[in-house]
Design a protein around this ligand. Structure first.
Ligand SMILES: Cc1cc2nc3c(=O)[nH]c(=O)nc-3n(C[C@H](O)[C@H](O)[C@H](O)COP(=O)(O)OP(=O)(O)OC[C@H]3O[C@@H](n4cnc5c(N)ncnc54)[C@H](O)[C@@H]3O)c2cc1C
Length: 335
């Protein structure tokens, strides 16, 4: 009989797993958000699009280059080129070299996830409740309102570790404790101007204040460059320190730092909002890098978990981790 697999989360991990596992099983992806993408998603505020999660990604291994090739050929992934600068604490601005191609999905970062989701059964706006009922047929999944979602032989979570911990809280995961993996937060300040970008740089590393990276989204390929869309990412340290701060206050602090560094006033901006990512990137200690470097899989309980905590918070590593999970799953299930 064909396995029925429930995958929790329609970010990159969930969609890669769904594509690969659907050759062997009947797969359904459940996503609590309105659309696919997870931390690779895009915020729309007419007429602006902001890639407020993943900004860009690299492809260092031949395996990942092979994987993205069809998407490059189709124009869904394109190289992002232009002048990148560094803003220094002493006010100096220097040119920053990009020594390898940096890719973006087009026309928006979440377009890649939309392409991956084609032909996959993705059910959005469904938040899965912590697992409880398991019978001889499998896991009886419910959403957070207690709605029955059916029975699945396998449940795979791609949610960040703290959320996976909650999902599996009623189930023994042996010595594996998801809570041990620390995720650091990030604030994304989104600024829109109803005019074209008039500077020569497309992105900037900031070595001062509470902003870490600035990305001129409207300079990415396939975007509308008649307007300017900018995302300024906070440092993880600052985000962690002020994770529970008032959003209005946090936005004001971010704007002040952005204006000071770039000399661009936000007073005339046509759009300004801020998104707070509680779980942005995985931060592992040296010891954890050794011990928590593989996805979690329990073949007796038929539960599993994989996301960037099992590798590193880079798109290429997330893909590798999902693919390695598929290998482990195949070996475990078809032995
Ligand atoms: C601000 C920011 C900037 C980044 N910049 C870069 C970058 O420049 N380059 C790079 O390579 N990487 C970057 N990353 C990291 C990269 O985005 C992540 O490593 C990657 O997207 C993780 O994908 P994932 O599918 O494993 O997890 P996610 O994208 O987090 O997907 C998990 C999904 O599970 C869903 N979910 C959780 N709980 C439930 C539930 N109970 N029921 C249903 N659904 C649920 C969530 O809504 C989410 O969609 C960045 C991340 C952030 C936040």
């Amino acid at each position: 009989m064909t396995d029925r697999i429930a995958i929790i989360g329609a970010g990159l991990s969930g969609l890669i797993l769904a594509r690969s596992l659907s050759h062997h099983a009947d797969v359904t992806v459940f996503e609590k958000a309105r659309g696919v993408g997870g931390r690779m998603s895009t915020r729309y505020a007419d007429p602006f699009y902001f890639d407020h999660g993943t900004d860009k990604f690299t492809a260092r291994t031949p395996a990942f280059q092979n994987f993205i090739k069809p998407y490059l050929d189709a124009g869904i992934i394109q190289a992002w080129q232009g002048k990148v600068v560094s803003f220094h604490a002493d006010g100096q601005i220097s040119k920053r070299q990009w020594f390898e191609p940096h890719y973006v999905a087009c026309p928006r970062m979440n377009s890649f996830c939309h392409a991956l989701a084609e032909g996959i059964d993705v059910k959005t706006q469904i938040e899965i409740a912590p697992l409880s009922g398991r019978s001889s047929q499998g896991w009886h999944l419910q959403d957070k309102d207690g709605q029955d979602l059916g029975v699945f032989n396998w449940v795979i979570s791609t949610a960040p570790p703290a959320q996976t911990h909650r999902l599996f809280q009623g189930v023994s995961t042996g010595s594996f404790t998801f809570q041990d993996v620390r995720m650091e937060g990030c604030y994304s300040l989104m600024i829109g101007f109803q005019k074209p970008w008039d500077k020569t740089w497309i992105a900037a590393k900031v070595h001062e204040g509470l902003i870490d990276w600035i990305s001129v989204n409207s300079s990415k390929p396939g975007r509308d460059d008649r307007v300017t869309s900018i995302v300024a990412y906070s440092t993880h340290d600052w985000a962690e320190k002020y994770m529970d701060a008032d959003m209005g206050w946090a936005q004001k602090e971010l704007i002040a730092s952005f204006e000071q560094v770039t000399d661009i006033s936000c007073e005339m901006a046509d759009h300004v909002t801020t998104h707070r990512w509680k779980y942005a990137i995985a931060q592992k200690s040296e010891d954890q890098k050794e011990h928590i470097s593989t996805p979690f899989l329990d073949t007796d309980l038929r539960i599993a978990a994989v996301s960037d905590w099992a590798s590193a918070s880079r798109i290429e590593n997330v893909w590798e981790s999902a693919m390695s999970f598929v290998d482990v799953y195949r070996r475990a299930v078809f032995k």
